[in-house]
Design a protein around this ligand. Structure first.
Ligand code: PLP
Length: 389
């Protein structure tokens, strides 16, 4: 990689990211090439973002067509991609309204604002607590950090936004007690804890929590930032769980590589926001929306069945293999607990030409939804070799 770029990066970019020593120059589908000409299989998709891979032709056509028309208007005017995308999101989920933003954290901020306003209007100002799970991840803004149930993210940034409580996933009695005690406005969960180590929640727990929330008129909100948009083999992960949330937040893979967040508002909160209650300069940008429409149109039954097939292949490829302690996840969101530290496996896989991620102590795989089967098999073989060596 170019020493100049590395030097510029360390001199001028805030030191928040520990980057791998790879400078990516280009890519095609599930292959990326660095500036030294080395090609890698991309098993991370920019952390679940490039849903159909790098420089995908269908995605590119949607983006370039829109760029040729108008790239931005602000939310003072109507644009077609934004309205059509909102329509599709509602038709595909049964939700009623959409607020567009630019990231997962912002999508969650909007969900939290919706919950605070709903509960204050329905029950009173003291019903403001958002109950989330320990080991969750909901973003890096001060409010979504407060929602995140992992202490170590909080340490340097107190005071965080007040009004959050964290409960242990799977402990339904604790959830009920904390909701009563703290006068909960909403429960916010990830159906599969991604950053927390690729851990799917127990279906019985999720169903019981959703039923309880309904009975108590506490909003049930699902963070689908990482799990959404086909990643788990359903359009949204909650669809595996037989529940209907009141609010769904999503981002990452929604626009396949452009910044777009969406907060989907169900029946209870469809009218919660009035003029001026919330806003975003870029939210629902026509180029990002056109990209998302093209992504959403391709997430059909056939694609989702294929995601499930590829998922089964990966579970089979890794389960019980030497050096593999366990495999967890849903769809193409896979966590592999290895005997060797996950960071070492990722470094060894990179040497062999495969880019993977970590999540806590696991090797995390988030390949493109359409990764070709032969490419997936080659990646699995190389990762296994990295685990075993
Ligand atoms: N929520 C979940 C479940 C996430 O996994 C993430 C990012 O990893 C976020 C929220 C924050 O998203 P963003 O980085 O786009 O703000």
């Amino acid at each position: 990689m170019s020493g100049t770029i590395r030097k510029l990066d360390s001199e001028y970019i805030a030191g928040t990211y520990r980057r791998f020593p790879v400078e990516i120059a280009s890519g095609s589908g599930s292959l990326v090439t660095d500036t030294d000409g080395k090609t890698y299989i991309d098993m991370g998709s920019g952390i679940a973002v490039t849903s159909f891979g790098i420089a995908d032709p269908v995605w590119q056509a949607a983006v370039t067509e829109q760029i040729g028309k108008v790239q931005h208007t602000s939310n003072l005017y109507y644009t077609e991609p934004c309205a059509r995308l909102a329509e599709q999101l509602c038709l595909r989920t049964g939700m009623k309204k959409v607020f567009f933003s630019n990231s997962g954290a912002e999508a969650n901020e909007c969900a939290i604002k919706a919950a605070r306003k709903y509960a204050a209007e329905k029950k009173g100002d003291d019903f403001f607590t958002i109950v989330t799970l320990k080991n969750s991840f909901h973003g890096r803004t001060l409010t979504t950090l407060a929602a995140t149930g992992q202490e170590h993210y909080h340490e340097l940034f107190r005071p965080l936004t007040p009004g959050f409580a964290h409960v242990t996933a799977g402990d339904f009695d604790e959830l009920k007690a904390v909701c009563t005690d703290k006068k909960a406005a909403a429960i916010l969960i990830e159906c599969v804890q991604g950053e927390g180590g690729v851990i799917p929640l127990d279906p019985g727990y999720v169903k019981a929590a959703a039923d309880y929330a309904k009975e108590q008129d506490i909003l049930f909100m699902v963070d689908e930032v990482q799990t959404g948009n086909g990643r788990t083999g359903e359009l949204y992960a909650y669809m595996h769980y037989g529940i209907m949330p009141d609010v769904v937040s999503t981002a990452k893979g929604l626009a396949g590589g452009l910044p777009l967040g969406a907060t989907l508002l169900g029946e209870k909160v469809e009218k919660i926001f009035g003029f001026g209650d919330h806003g975003s300069t870029f939210g629902g940008n026509p180029v990002a929306s056109a990209a998302a429409l093209s992504v959403l149109n391709r997430i059909d039954g056939k694609l989702l069945a294929d995601v499930k097939k590829k998922s089964a292949y990966l579970f089979e490829a890794f389960s019980g293999k030497p050096g593999v302690e366990s495999v967890s996840g849903l769809g193409l969101m896979i966590g592999i607990k290895t005997a060797k530290p996950a960071g070492e496996v990722v470094a060894a896989a990179m040497e062999k030409g495969v880019l993977c991620l970590t999540a806590k102590d696991k090797v995390r795989l988030l390949p493109a939804l359409n990764i070709p089967d032969d490419v997936l098999a080659e990646a699995a073989e190389k990762i296994l070799a990295a685990i075993e060596e």
